[in-house]
Design a protein around this ligand. Structure first.
Ligand SMILES: *Cc1c(COP(=O)(O)O)cnc(C)c1O
Length: 453
C-alpha cells in the first residue's frame, strides 16, 4: 500500500481527507468574476450564498482537506462503496480488458450526490443556517439534499426542473418522505420563475432556470443559504472520496487503472473518480487516460465554447470560465435529467484545456442499450446518466479486444436507475428517440455569452 494512502485512512479503511486537485494544477484556475464589475470576486461576494467553510474550500489550495468526524460517521453507513470487477460483462464482450466499476448507487439516495449533500448540510448547520434552497434536475440531488437536511434538521426547499418533475414523480415522493418541499421549476414562487412562465408558459424548464430560482430564494432570506449539487470546486472536492477509495480497492485487487471513465452533467462524479488519479499522475505517478462521457443532446465538453458564462439563466450567479452551450440553452427533455446542464465544472473544463482528459458524446438510445446489457450481465440497473459511462466503458473494452490489448478500465457507476424505470419502459416500448438540439438555437445561446475584457 502506498505511504500516502495509508496515512490518509482511518481505522476502518475509509479516507480521512478529500483530495483537492487545486494543489497540483500546472496552471491555476482562471478567477471567478463579479458579473457587474468583471473583477475577480472575493469570499465576501459569495457569503449570501454559502457558509464560509465551503467558500474557503472553494478557493483552497491545500492538497488534503480533513473530512469532519460527524461527516465520516454518516459516510460510514454506506462507505466505502463497493468496487466490482465486471466479470459478467467482460465475458459477454469477450474482451481481454479488465473492467472495474465503482458503485455509488448503494448510498441512501441512490447516487454519489450524498457525498456532498452531507458535508454541505453539516457546514450549514455549524454556521447557524436554518434553511437551504436548491434545485434538482432528475431529482437525485434534491433527494440527496433532502436526506442530509433530515439528518441535520434543516428545512429544504427544492426547485425541480419541470420535465423531470413530471417524468419522475417518485423522486418527488422521496424528497417529501425525507421532509423537503419540492416544486416544479419554473415556479410561481420566485420572480425569475414568474418571468419565464409569463414568456414561455409550456417550457420544460432547465437546470439554469431552477438554479436562478433557488439562488433568488436564498439571497432573499436571512435564514437561508443555497446549495449546489455539482459544478463548484467544493462539490468536486467532496466527491474525491470515490477515487481515493477506488485507488485503495484497486490496490487490493493488485491493479491500477489505465483508463478512467465517468459521465458528466456538471462534472462532479467524474471529478470524484478521476481527480485523485490525475493528481497521482501530476505528482509523477502512472499516466491515466481519462474520459468524460456526455449526451449528444447536451454536448457541453465536445461542442461548447470555453468561455466565461453565468451558471444560471437569469444571470444571478458569478461568471466562471467553463465549457458552455450558453446559459439560455434549453436541452431537449431526454431521460438523463442529471446531464442536462448548459455548463461544466470549471475544474473539469480547465483539465480538458490542459490536455489531461478527453471527452466524448453519445446518443441516448445507444446508452440505454449499454445499460440493458450491463443489467443483464452485472445485475445492476444503472441510472440513465450512469449509462453514458457504461457505454464509454464498453466501447473502450471493445477497442481493447480489437487491438488485442489487456488494459484496465475503471468506470464510475454514479447511481442506480430504480426511480427511472419509466425511462426503461419507454425504451423497450420504442418510445425513446435520439433527439438532437437545434443548431440555430445553440448558435443563438452561444452568441449571448457575456463579453469579458
Ligand atoms: C446528478 C447525477 C449525475 C450528473 O452530475 P455530475 O455532477 O456530472 O456527476 C450523474 N449520475 C447520477 C446518478 C446523478 O445523480
Amino acid at each position: 500500500m502506498s505511504a500516502t494512502i495509508k496515512y490518509l485512512l482511518d481505522e476502518e479503511q475509509m479516507p480521512r481527507s478529500w483530495y483537492n486537485i487545486q494543489a497540483d494544477l500546472p496552471e491555476p484556475l482562471p478567477p471567478t468574476l463579479h458579473p457587474g464589475t468583471g473583477e475577480p470576486i472575493g469570499p465576501a461576494d459569495l457569503e449570501p450564498l454559502f457558509p464560509m467553510a465551503l467558500i474557503e474550500q472553494e478557493v483552497s489550495t491545500e492538497r488534503y482537506i480533513d473530512i469532519p468526524e460527524p461527516v465520516r460517521d454518516i459516510y460510514r453507513s454506506w462507505r466505502p462503496s463497493p468496487l466490482y470487477r465486471a466479470r459478467g460483462l467482460e465475458a459477454r464482450l469477450d474482451t481481454p480488458a479488465r473492467i472495474y466499476y465503482k458503485y455509488e448507487g448503494v448510498s441512501p439516495a441512490g447516487s454519489h450526490k450524498v457525498n456532498t449533500s452531507v458535508p454541505q448540510a453539516f457546514y450549514s448547520k455549524e454556521a447557524g443556517i436554518k434553511r437551504i434552497a436548491t434545485e434538482t434536475g432528475a431529482g437525485q440531488w434534491g433527494s440527496a439534499m433532502a436526506y442530509a437536511g433530515a439528518l441535520f434538521d434543516l428545512v429544504i426547499k427544492v426547485y425541480m426542473v419541470k420535465v423531470s418533475f413530471n417524468q419522475k414523480p417518485y423522486r418527488r415522493a422521496m424528497m417529501e418522505t425525507f421532509g423537503a418541499e419540492c416544486v416544479a421549476s419554473p415556479s410561481m414562487d420566485t420572480e425569475a420563475g414568474r418571468a419565464i412562465l409569463a414568456e414561455t408558459p409550456d417550457t420544460t424548464g432547465s437546470l439554469g432556470i431552477a438554479i436562478s430560482e433557488a439562488v433568488e430564494d436564498a439571497v432573499g432570506r436571512d435564514d437561508t443559504k443555497y446549495a449546489l449539487g455539482s459544478v463548484l470546486n467544493h462539490v468536486l472536492l467532496h466527491q474525491t472520496i470515490i477515487g481515493m477509495e477506488s485507488e485503495l480497492q484497486m490496490e487490493m485487487a493488485d491493479d491500477y487503472p489505465d483508463i478512467i471513465i465517468g459521465c458528466t452533467g456538471g462534472g462532479s462524479n467524474f471529478a470524484g473518480i478521476a481527480f485523485p488519479f490525475i493528481g497521482k499522475q501530476l505528482g509523477g505517478g502512472s499516466k491515466v487516460e481519462v474520459l468524460a462521457i456526455e449526451p449528444r443532446a447536451c454536448p457541453t465538453l465536445t461542442r461548447g465554447e470555453y468561455a466565461y458564462d453565468f451558471g444560471d439563466t437569469a444571470h444571478l450567479t458569478p461568471l466562471v470560465k467553463m465549457h458552455t452551450l450558453g446559459s439560455t440553452f434549453v436541452p431537449l427533455g431526454f431521460h438523463a435529467g442529471g446531464l442536462r446542464y448548459h455548463g461544466m465544472a470549471p475544474l473539469v473544463s480547465h483539465l480538458q484545456e490542459l490536455g489531461l482528459m478527453k471527452s466524448r458524446a453519445y446518443d441516448q438510445l445507444e446508452c440505454f442499450e449499454a445499460a440493458v446489457l450491463f443489467a443483464r450481465t452485472e445485475g445492476i440497473i444503472p441510472a440513465p446518466e450512469a449509462s453514458h459511462a457504461i457505454k464509454g466503458g464498453i466501447d473502450e473494452a471493445l477497442r481493447c479486444k480489437q487491438e488485442g490489448t489487456s488494459r484496465s478500465i475503471l468506470i464510475n457507476l454514479s447511481g442506480h436507475g430504480h426511480f427511472d424505470m419509466q425511462a426503461y419502459t419507454d425504451y423497450f416500448g420504442g418510445k425513446l428517440k435520439d433527439g438532437i438540439y437545434d443548431e440555430k438555437e445553440l448558435a443563438m445561446a452561444l452568441s449571448g455569452l457575456p463579453s469579458v475584457g
